[in-house]
Design a protein around this ligand. Structure first.
Ligand SMILES: [Zn+2]
Length: 221
């Protein structure tokens, strides 16, 4: 067990240890329903420990609602069976300029405090032989967002998968988000937000990257 001070340091600095989300080997041995039942039990204990009366009509259903929300909504992206199928198509138009999917909603959670990370992602790629359905990009972003996350890891996970599916390094992912663990606890800074940027291939060239940054910086629809 780490010293409590060390635990706080890891949380406040939002360190992450790897690109892969650290998962136990038996992470998905239990069904979703079994997980909901178990989490419901444990969360009711937390509520009781806080002094809450679970016989109250308003509180009695909270452990179940909480457990279902964790497994089915906030953290559905932990389970690989929920990963969207990234079907790609032949680039028949031979469109070979930048394609940008902007303002993709990010609803994630910080893995150090289990508080929301909310914001937007902008993703672009330069097609070669393959193109991807636009909504698939949104779905992939949502899938990786819906797990306990670190913002730097989230952009890398999205980038790596798109590079692999599209068969090109020419992908860029930018993410701007507000962390509730920064705004509502700790430093309690209400106005700051965090931007992370990961890219490969042609986006390593300053002029190509600047074209992307200029477009995402323009007025929105
Ligand atoms: Zn946090």
């Amino acid at each position: 067990m780490k010293h409590k001070e060390q635990i706080e340091i890891v949380g406040d600095n939002h360190f992450s240890t790897s690109i892969e989300t650290p998962l136990r080997p038996n992470a998905f041995d239990k069904s979703d329903d079994e997980k909901i039942e178990s989490i419901q039990h444990h969360f009711s204990k937390i509520m009781e420990e806080l002094g809450l009366d679970l016989t109250d009509d308003s509180l009695s259903g909270t452990p179940y609602r909480f457990a279902k929300m964790y497994v089915k909504e906030l953290f559905y992206g932990l389970n690989p069976k929920n990963k969207p199928k990234l079907s790609v198509f032949e680039n028949k138009y031979e469109y070979n300029k930048m394609l940008i999917e902007q303002n993709i909603t990010i609803d994630s959670s910080c893995e150090h405090h289990f508080l929301p990370i909310v914001g937007y992602a902008h993703v672009a790629y330069i097609p070669q032989k393959k193109v991807i359905g636009l909504s698939k990009i949104n779905r992939l972003v949502d899938y990786y967002a819906r797990r306990p996350q670190v913002q730097e890891r989230l952009v890398l996970q999205i980038l790596n998968d798109l590079q692999e599916a599209l068969g090109t390094e020419d992908v860029i992912v930018s993410l701007t988000a507000k962390h509730l663990c920064v705004s509502s606890r700790g430093i309690k800074d209400q106005s700051s937000f965090t931007t992370t940027l990961e890219y490969g291939g042609s986006f390593s060239k300053t002029d190509i990257r600047n074209e992307f940054l200029k477009i995402i910086g323009q007025e929105k629809i």
